[in-house]
Each structure stands twice: as structure tokens, then as C-alpha cells.
Design a protein around this ligand. Structure first.
Ligand code: PMP
Length: 352
């Protein structure tokens, strides 16, 4: 390319569009899959007690307290854990580290809409693999020679969970590619593929504190995998920016991981409300793929999703809608408190 101005040289990309973030005292916010409960009370406690020097000094580049807490919780060695500023940061570093411009990577055609943005940004060729009509994946479609694969499990925005057998089938067929399983929503009743990391050196499992641990604002995500994968990931991260994890996220995150009881209690409550919501939505004439996440991807038999989305918004209820092929008649509704969900069903009953 023969550039003559600085502007021609700019790395141009169509950015990711995040969901709206209105103030929650004004609306019922069910559009970005946040958790309706507060973080563990231990998080607030450790942050309040924290020595002010922590803010004056540079943070621990290793985020040791957090990494060690995660290693203990998930039964792995500390050098099998990588932390980042939300799982967005972790996955973006993954793309940068493991995927290259000369080999194609694969992901589902209906999936987290950041993947194609990173692929474009880092000049990684990609192919989207169509989901089946019921929004499940066909493992036979995932064959990649020395490239990469990324699949969220459960998938977003569908909420559909794939079995460990399906994930393992993909791993068996792809020994020369790094396989990333994005488990942002795994804690809401799914089975994590973490036990497979001992068997597959090329498997990286990514999770987040934004959903099941109610800490989206703290920005903490992590990856667990073989020591080799984590070393490569860390080397790239330390070559970009070593001080990414702020001290409050490090101590707050560690405190949250250690409060297993609170984590179990709040995730179970969301699961219960999700199952209740499935029943209510069905009664109202909605259909949806069975969700194992903290949201439901619903469409109505008679009323178009866009119309429902607009009317709910007018009533101060925010859900997510995408004007994209195959999903433009669906709404993704985050599971909030039971009280808020009842308000949503009340409004929906007036609309549909
Ligand atoms: N993966 C998936 C599938 C998601 O839906 C999200 C949330 N938008 C993320 C990753 C990123 O979450 P966070 O950066 O807050 O950890």
C-alpha cells in the first residue's frame, strides 16, 4: 500500500457496540447480563480496610493475591492462571498471542460480537460456522489446521450450553490449534471444561467476575490452561502493558473468590429465577432455546421483538435487541431479581 497521509495509515476498525448503561435508579436494567446482587460483602470489607499506599504505589504485576486465590479455588497451579481487565481483555490478549494473520480461526455465526472485532483489529482471518436451527453447534464443523477456535459455552446471546463431550470432540479433532472456551456464563448451571486442561495442552478456559460474581465494574477476567499456554499469554501481556490489574481489583477479586458460600447462594438464586422466568415467558407465548446462563433469548409467536423492545424501553425496562439476520426477532433478557422480573412480566402481558 502506498500511503501518502497519516490518515491512510490509521488502523481502521468497526468497533464493538456495548449495551447501553443507563442509571439503574431510573430503569430496570436487563440488557448487559449483569448480576442483580451486590458483590460478596467481603469485597467491600477488604477495600475499606485497604492501606492507602496501595493506590500510591504500582500494583503487583503478577496480581499474586488474586492468581493464588483462583489457583486454590480451581485446583490448579498458580502458573496455570492468567488474569486480565475483564475477560474481554483476556480474550483480546488470547487473539494477539495465539492467532495469526496466516491461518484462519473459527467461531459460531451467532455468538459474542467482540470476536470478529478482535479478528479484524489483529488482521486474523476468520470463518463463522453456522449454528444449527436449534442454536446448538455441530462439532464436526470445527476442523482447523494450525489456526484457532473460540466458542462460548454457554453461548451468547443464545444461552445454549454444549456438553463436555461436544467440547472434547472438538479438541480431539484440533490438536494443532489453540481452542479457547469462553465460559463467561458457566456458573449458572453448566459444567466447566476445566478438568480437560490436564489432557489438552492447547485448551484455554476463560471466565469472568462480571456475571456470577457481580463485579462487572471491577473488570476482572481470567484464563486457566496448561503452563505453556499461560506462559505465552503472560509474555505477550508483559510486552504490551504490565500494570493492568489495579490493586482494588486484585484484593477485591481475591476476597470474592474466597467467599464460596455467598457465590453459591447468589448463583442458585439466579438459576431459580431463571427457571421461574422460563415458565412465565412460556405462559406469555414466548419461545426460546433452553438457557443455562443468566439470560433468556426469547422471541414471541405473534409480536415482533423490535416492537416489544421499544415498548419495554418506553416503560423503563431495558433488554437487548440486535437488528441482525437470524436473531432480529429475539430479545435477550437478563435475569434480574424475582421482584424485577415480575414487573417485566406484568408489562409484557400488556404488550403481547
Ligand atoms: N464473553 C462473553 C460471551 C460475554 O457475553 C461477555 C460479556 N459481555 C464477555 C466475554 C466479557 O465480559 P467481561 O469483559 O466483563 O469479563
Amino acid at each position: 500500500m502506498n500511503y501518502t497521509t497519516w490518515e491512510q495509515r490509521v488502523r481502521k476498525v468497526e468497533p464493538y457496540t456495548p449495551g447501553e448503561q443507563p442509571k439503574t435508579d431510573k430503569v430496570i436494567k436487563l440488557n448487559t447480563n449483569e448480576n442483580p446482587f451486590s458483590p460478596s460483602p467481603m469485597v467491600e470489607k477488604v477495600i475499606k480496610e485497604y492501606n492507602e499506599d496501595a493506590l500510591r504505589l504500582y500494583p503487583d504485576t503478577r496480581a499474586g493475591l488474586l492468581v493464588d486465590a483462583l489457583a486454590k479455588r480451581y485446583g490448579v497451579d498458580s502458573d496455570q492462571v492468567f488474569v486480565g481487565v475483564g475477560s474481554d481483555d483476556v480474550i483480546s490478549q488470547t487473539f494477539l498471542t495465539f492467532f495469526n494473520s496466516d491461518k484462519e480461526i473459527l467461531f459460531p455465526d451467532i455468538t459474542y460480537s467482540f470476536y470478529d472485532v478482535w479478528a479484524e483489529l489483529y488482521r486474523i482471518p476468520y470463518r463463522t460456522v453456522p449454528l444449527k436451527d436449534d442454536f446448538t453447534i455441530n462439532p464436526d464443523d470445527y476442523k482447523c489446521d494450525n489456526g484457532g477456535i473460540i466458542i462460548p459455552n454457554p453461548n451468547a446471546p443464545t444461552g445454549v450450553l454444549e456438553s463436555l463431550d461436544t467440547i472434547e470432540e472438538i479438541l480431539k479433532a484440533n490438536p494443532t490449534s489453540v481452542v479457547v472456551i469462553d465460559e463467561a456464563y458457566i456458573d449458572f448451571g453448566g459444567t466447566s471444561c476445566l478438568p480437560l486442561i490436564d489432557k489438552y495442552e492447547n485448551l484455554l478456559v476463560v471466565q469472568t467476575f462480571s456475571k456470577s460474581r457481580s463485579m462487572a465494574g471491577m473488570r476482572i477476567g481470567f484464563a486457566i490452561g496448561s503452563k505453556k499456554l499461560i506462559k505465552y499469554l503472560s509474555d505477550v501481556k508483559f510486552s504490551v502493558n504490565s500494570y493492568t490489574m489495579n490493586p482494588l481489583s486484585i484484593i477485591g477479586g481475591a476476597a470474592a473468590v474466597e467467599d464460596e458460600e455467598y457465590f453459591q447462594k447468589t448463583t442458585q438464586e439466579i438459576i431459580n429465577t431463571r427457571e421461574y422466568s422460563k415458565k412465565r415467558l412460556t405462559e406469555l407465548g414466548f419461545t426460546f432455546p433452553d438457557s443455562m446462563s443468566n439470560f433468556i433469548f426469547a422471541s414471541h409467536k405473534k409480536v415482533p421483538a423490535k416492537e416489544i423492545f421499544t415498548k419495554l424501553k418506553e416503560q423503563g425496562i431495558y433488554v437487548r435487541y440486535w437488528d441482525k439476520p437470524r436473531i432480529n426477532n429475539h430479545l435477550r433478557i437478563t435475569i434480574g431479581t424475582k421482584e424485577n422480573m415480575d414487573k417485566v412480566f406484568e408489562k409484557l402481558a400488556e404488550i403481547v
